[in-house]
Design a protein. Sequence first.
Length: 181
Amino acid sequence: MTSLTVAGRRLEITRGDITRETVDAIANAANEALRGGAGVDGAIHRAAGPGLLGELRERYPHGTPTGTAAITGGHGLPARWVLHAVGPVWRGGGQGEADLLAGAYRSCLRLADEVGARSVAFPAISMGIYGYPGPEGARVAVRTVAEHLRGATAIELARFVLFSDETHGLFADALADLGSE
């Protein structure tokens, strides 16, 4: 595990399965419809059980736009809450993708603060099937979360839980770059 202290709070990078994280909230790399999908989204829905989809249908019948997030209970997960973040599909970088990706992370952090979460875990939002380039996606993610940790927040621990060694390496590099500034 790689970590950095930011304003007295921990920012960590680890390899693992986000569905097993024992934190207050986990973020989900969701689609706008909030109805489940592949990758991280599918894994979270499978681990949480059918109640998660039921809550999403009831509370968010029209989903949520790209660059935002919605919150549900954790259902069958160890985490108390799930933050369903909708990151952008990569379209070459000229369509506001970086702002939308940062917005998805900021929306999760804002929701986590609203419910009093002290620990939150994130996947690599938009870096799977949505095609966001790894180095840029990792930099946006790490910088956005670090910026939030520097401000007024109850969050004491933010952890990126990454499935592959390659993605872990990209986030570890982004964290090292941040630490050397």
